[in-house]
Write a protein that binds this ligand. Structure first.
Ligand code: HEC
Ligand code: HEC
Length: 171
C-alpha cells in the first residue's frame, strides 16, 4: 500500500515539474512570428480617431452643446390629435409647486379670456378612473411632464415622419 502511495506522489511531482518547465520555455522562447507591421493605407490619409471631446485639447473645456429655446410664437402645428402640443413660448421661471401652478394662471378656463392662451383640454379634468373633476386632474398637474418648449436643437437622426392627412398644413 505504501509503495503505491509513494509511486503516485512521485508521479505528481514529476508532472508538476514538467508543467513548470514547459511554461518557462513558452515564456522565454522568442516570438516565432515577427510582429506584423501596421497595415499600410496606401495613399489614403491616416484614420482620424475622434473622441467625445472632439478636437478640444485636454487642458481646455469643450463648449457646452446647448440648444437655444425658440422665440415665442403662435401654436406649433401638431402631428396628431393625441400628441401633447409643444409649448410655443418661454416657460422660464414658471413654477409648478404644490400650492401654485403658473401655467394655470393663463391656461385655466377662467383665465383664458384675459390671457389669450389655449384652454387646457377637457381631457385634463378626468382622473385616472375616468371620473370628471371640477379642476385639473392630479395626473395632469405637472404640465411639463408632457408639454415641452421647443428648442433649435438639430434632430439627432434623420426622420421621414409625415403627419396624418388631416394634419398636413395647407399652404
Ligand atoms: C402668461 C400667460 C401664460 C403662461 C403663464 C403659460 N402660457 Fe402657455 N400659452 C399662452 C399663450 C398666450 C399661448 C398661445 C395661444 C395662441 O397663440 O393661440 C400659449 C400656448 C401654449 C401651448 C400651445 C397650445 C396649442 O394649442 O398648441 C401650450 C402647450 C402651453 N401654452 C403650455 C403651457 C405650459 C405647460 C405652461 C406652464 C409651464 C404655460 N403654457 C404657461 C400663455 C401662457
Ligand atoms: C399626461 C400628459 C399631460 C399633462 C401632464 C398635461 N397635458 Fe396638456 N395635453 C396632453 C395631451 C396628450 C394633449 C392633446 C390631447 C388632448 O387634448 O387631451 C394636451 C392638450 C393640451 C392643450 C391644448 C388643448 C386644446 O384644446 O387644443 C393645452 C392648452 C394643454 N394641454 C395645457 C396643459 C396644461 C396647462 C397642463 C398642466 C396644468 C397640462 N396640459 C398637462 C397631455 C398632457
Amino acid at each position: 500500500m505504501k509503495t503505491v502511495a509513494r509511486f503516485f506522489l512521485h508521479a505528481a511531482v514529476a508532472m508538476l515539474l514538467t508543467a513548470t518547465l514547459v511554461a518557462v520555455a513558452a515564456i522565454a522562447a522568442p516570438a516565432t512570428t515577427p510582429a506584423t507591421a501596421l497595415p499600410t493605407t496606401g495613399d489614403q490619409p491616416p484614420v482620424k480617431v475622434q473622441s467625445l471631446r472632439g478636437d478640444t485639447p485636454i487642458d481646455r473645456t469643450p463648449d457646452p452643446d446647448l440648444s437655444k429655446l425658440e422665440r415665442d410664437r403662435p401654436p406649433i402645428p401638431r402631428s396628431s390629435t393625441q400628441e401633447p402640443p409643444v409649448i410655443p413660448h418661454s416657460i422660464r421661471g414658471y413654477q409648478i409647486t404644490k400650492n401654485f401652478n403658473k401655467c394655470m394662471d393663463c391656461h385655466a378656463w377662467s383665465k383664458v379670456r384675459e390671457s389669450g392662451a389655449t384652454k387646457v383640454s377637457v381631457t385634463h379634468f378626468k382622473d385616472s378612473t375616468g371620473r370628471e373633476l371640477a379642476n385639473i386632474s392630479p395626473r395632469r398637474y405637472v404640465c411639463t411632464t408632457c408639454h415641452i418648449p421647443q428648442t433649435d436643437a438639430r434632430p439627432l437622426v434623420g426622420n421621414t415622419f409625415q403627419p396624418s392627412v388631416e394634419f398636413v398644413q395647407k399652404k
